[in-house]
Design a binder for this molecule. Structure first.
Ligand code: SAH
Length: 224
């Protein structure tokens, strides 16, 4: 049903380049579900955030098969969030919310303490952060790591260039107190796993657009 809504909505707006249903089963649904074994140890009520979820990938297929885990889908484009709200409603998913925001904004959102002392908002809140097709590892690390609790994992769905991107991201991972915990080859690609070791320094994430424009620790021509 999710794939049907996605394919249908895709005739009106650009949610995915994949238009063949058979292809979409492999490249969207099966590809999203390759993350399941890595999330198998999450406790009930764990919180997962999918950054740059677009048409709901990988978040929605995972939310369907993990009804006891809370999913937050984030995208900077309002019309994608409008689609996601409709899909979540049509599918009757109670464990998913969609938020129209930039990851950089959520990353600095510490929220207010609730009367019982818990922290409300997004920074240092999530057990797992997901991202597929959003950008290179050095940039994604800055967008995702601030959102994680200490010990939380980033699971990035990547392709051929995973190793190269990791090499480039080494200084960024160091600045963000994050380790490369491993890379898993799957039937549809590679999953790069990062583990947050310590609290994220207050400097990160930088302002909107900066992580992409000038990824942490990546030297540009003529610049330090
Ligand atoms: N994850 C989906 C979509 C990938 S396209 C899939 O695999 O099909 C990348 C998406 O990331 C776009 O929808 C774009 O709006 C969103 N995006 C890019 N930078 C972002 C940011 N800083 N914060 C939130 N969303 C972002």
């Amino acid at each position: 049903m999710y794939l049907a809504t996605l394919m249908h909505a895709n005739t009106r707006m650009n949610l995915t380049a994949i238009r063949e249903e058979a292809d979409a089963w492999d490249k969207h649904i099966f590809d999203a579900l390759t993350l399941v074994p890595l999330m198998a140890e999450l406790e009930d009520d764990a919180s997962v955030i999918d950054i740059g979820s677009g048409g709901g990938l990988p978040g929605i297929p995972l939310a369907i098969v993990m009804p006891k885990v809370w999913f937050t889908l984030v995208d900077a484009t309002k019309k994608k969030i409008d689609y996601l709200d409709q899909a979540i409603d049509a599918l009757g998913l109670k464990n998913v919310r969609a938020i129209n925001a930039r990851a950089e904004q959520l990353g600095v959102d510490r929220g207010m303490r609730t009367p019982d002392g818990r922290k409300g908002a997004h920074r240092e809140h999530y057990d797992v952060a997901l991202a597929r097709g959003v950008g290179q590892i050095a940039m994604l690390a800055e967008l995702t790591v601030p959102l994680l609790k200490i010990g939380g994992l980033v699971l990035m769905t990547k392709g051929q260039r995973a190793e190269e991107e990791l090499e480039i991201a080494k200084p960024a991972l160091h600045l963000l107190h994050t380790n490369h915990a491993g890379t898993i080859e799957t039937a549809t690609g590679r999953i790069v796993v990062l583990e947050k070791q310590r609290k994220t320094p207050r400097d990160y994430p930088r302002r909107d657009g900066e992580p992409k424009r000038s990824p942490l620790g990546v030297k540009r021509e003529g610049k330090k």
